[in-house]
Design a protein around this ligand. Structure first.
Ligand code: NAD
Ligand code: IPM
Ligand code: MN
Length: 345
């Protein structure tokens, strides 16, 4: 199985190159048969050549790779992350990775956020009408097709039910954005009727944010349209202890293809200072290994990661004094024992 590694910009390459030795070790010790190739897509290439996602990239990924491991994109030299939109949103849409799973491991339990990842306000439908030298009218349309909402909700509910989940919350804003809101509510109700074991509720996204911050354990699994999912998953990251901890998996249930990336961005404010927390990137590899069916490898990596997070080698965002590299030494030190324990089980 081949993995395409896209380190990206800013702290992306820092956390990706810090995390990869863990994958190498697991691959070697557990004979996972994984190999990877690194692609230099990102701001430097965009600024030098004007190319974000090279022509043919989607076909190449589809035919030669099983998954993508991506650091982060975003560079202060590129306004509004034009290159990142082409690469990141291009991959998500082009590979039809419509399910984005963002698990939030909170102090009192797990809240799974499932974000629709290809449509809504991210479809890129819209434009501007000029006025004077600037913009007079600006339109970004929110577009959802029943097919995509159905596929997304069905996959998520099936998965939540299969994992023994009981409660699902749909987040929307049907009081102010009625058309897509109604479609989501309708599909949610229909799909829920196939799952007598699941209790579904729906909440306006503003009220959801209020309750999520105050009493996160009110929620078990949350379904959200694209932009709401983006926003609430940063709240989830804050509740976890920071963006340096949150991982994400974007998958296409039909093909099984997955793009695995931390929730955080390129963090230009700390890039180059060795302060980037690699936890989210390593946790992203845990999700990747799990998705590929390498359960023991995923469990061993997660175990050594969580052990390391309880030492004083953590990075400054978690209150520690460790650098990106020092934290990874703590993870890699613990990994052989965790692998041994998994092998014995
Ligand atoms: P950001 O997530 O990069 O950073 C937000 C804050 O969190 C910053 O203070 C940063 O220092 C901190 N932070 C983030 N990751 C951290 C880590 N691993 N360890 C320690 N601290 C961490 O968000 P931003 O500043 O709004 O965005 C910067 C760039 O990244 C922008 O161009 C944005 O578009 C892009 N972005 C890309 C992705 C992605 O590629 N998936 C995601 C979000 C933002
Ligand atoms: C994320 C990011 C992206 C998004 C940006 C960089 C386009 O914020 O993955 O959470 O909005 O999906
Ligand atoms: Mn985001």
């Amino acid at each position: 199985m081949r993995i395409a590694v896209i380190p990206g910009d800013g702290i992306g390459p820092e956390v990706v190159h810090a995390a990869l030795p863990a994958l190498d070790l697991l691959n070697h010790e557990l004979g996972l048969g994984l190999s990877y190739d690194v692609f230099g897509w990102g701001a430097d290439e965009w600024l030098a050549t004007g190319v974000g996602l090279p022509e043919g990239a989607l076909d190449m990924l589809r035919s030669e790779y099983t998954a993508v491991f991506l650091g982060a994109l975003g560079d202060p030299r590129v306004p509004d992350m034009a290159h990142g939109r082409e690469i990141l949103l291009g991959l998500r849409r082009g590979l039809d990775l419509y399910v984005n799973h963002r698990p939030n491991q909170l102090p009192d339990g797990l809240v799974d956020i499932y974000r629709e990842n290809t449509q809504g306000l991210y479809v890129g439908v819209g434009g501007t009408v000029p006025q004077g030298g600037g913009v007079g009218v600006a339109v970004d349309q929110c577009v959802y097709t029943r097919q995509t909402v159905e596929n997304f909700v069905r996959y998520c509910l099936d998965r939540i039910a299969a994992q023994g989940g009981r409660k699902v919350t749909l987040v929307h804003k049907a009081n102010a954005v009625p058309h897509t809101g109604r479609l989501w509510q309708e599909v949610f109700r229909e799909e829920l009727s196939r799952h007598p074991g699941l209790t579904g509720t729906d909440e306006y996204v503003d009220a959801f944010c209020y309750h999520f911050v105050r009493t996160p354990m009110r929620y078990e699994a949350v379904l959200a349209p694209n932009l709401f999912g983006d926003i609430i998953s940063d709240i989830g990251a804050a509740l976890m202890g920071g963006l340096g901890l949150a991982a994400s998996a974007s998958i296409c249930p039909e093909t099984g293809f997955g793009l695995f990336e931390p929730v955080h961005g390129s963090a230009p404010d700390i890039a180059g200072t060795h302060r980037a927390n690699p936890y989210a990137a390593v946790m992203t590899l845990v999700l990747l290994l799990d998705h590929l069916g390498h359960r023991a490898a995923a469990a061993a990596l997660r175990d050594s990661l969580d052990q390391a997070a309880r030492t004083d080698a953590t990075t400054p965002d978690l209150g520690g004094n460790g650098s990106t590299e020092e934290f990874m030494v703590a993870v890699l030190d613990r990994l052989p024992m965790a692998i041994k324990q998994e092998k014995e089980q």
